[in-house]
Design a protein around this ligand. Structure first.
Ligand SMILES: [Zn+2]
Length: 202
């Protein structure tokens, strides 16, 4: 029986690297996988590839909009060629309906679906819609661990700073880059304590 997986973590926990390794394992066995990605993530400025900071490889992804029916999308793909697995990057940006559609893909088409995404948004107390729906529908929920930037505790939150100032409300699709030097918008993986009481930036 196929399953719906949710592999969640904070920023920079290696979720994309994990997705790419899983994809390569399928591909090396001659199996057809589809990688999909909600079209909200523009962090890399390139909208058609899944890239990781951790490993030097990338694979093409199908970009999907909010209104795409993922059951119909998958059925159309399957009619061309059997699909052995579906991998979802930035799954927090899926809509509630799309997560439910993926659950039906698992049950009706017997295709495993592996979703990778953030659990918590930077907004105080809020989950992303896609993550909340995955917590509800997934058969298997697994944490991809990362360490807080400021201590040795586990990072469970993503702290957003704009020009050094921590943000706790706003637009949920604002993306930044942790590594980008001189960037005015960036995220840091942090524990809860440092999310609520972040050290001042130099
Ligand atoms: Zn900490």
């Amino acid at each position: 029986m196929a399953k719906l997986y949710f592999r969640y973590g904070a920023m920079n926990s290696g979720k994309t690297a994990n997705l790419l390794m899983v994809a390569h394992n399928y591909i090396n066995q001659g199996k057809n996988v589809i990688i999909i990605k909600p079209d909200k993530d523009t962090r890399w400025g390139i909208k058609i590839e899944v890239k990781s900071r951790a490993i030097v490889t990338s694979l093409p992804a199908a970009l999907i909009s909010d209104s795409e029916d993922l059951f119909a999308f998958t059925q159309a793909r399957v009619s061309e060629k059997p699909v052995e697995a579906i991998l979802v990057e930035e799954a927090q940006f899926l809509t509630k309906d799309q997560v439910r559609q993926l659950a039906v893909v698992v049950d009706k088409l017997n295709i495993p679906v592996l979703c990778y995404g953030l659990r918590c948004s930077y907004i105080d107390g809020e989950l992303f819609d896609g993550s909340a729906a995955l917590m509800y529908w997934a058969d298997t929920i697994e944490e991809v661990k990362n360490v807080c930037q400021y201590c040795s505790s586990k990072a469970t939150k993503n702290l957003l700073r704009v020009n050094g100032v921590p943000q706790y409300s706003g637009d949920n699709v604002v993306m930044g880059d942790v590594d980008m030097e001189g960037s005015s918008i960036y995220y840091t993986p942090v524990c809860r304590r440092h999310y609520l009481n972040p050290p001042a930036e130099d």
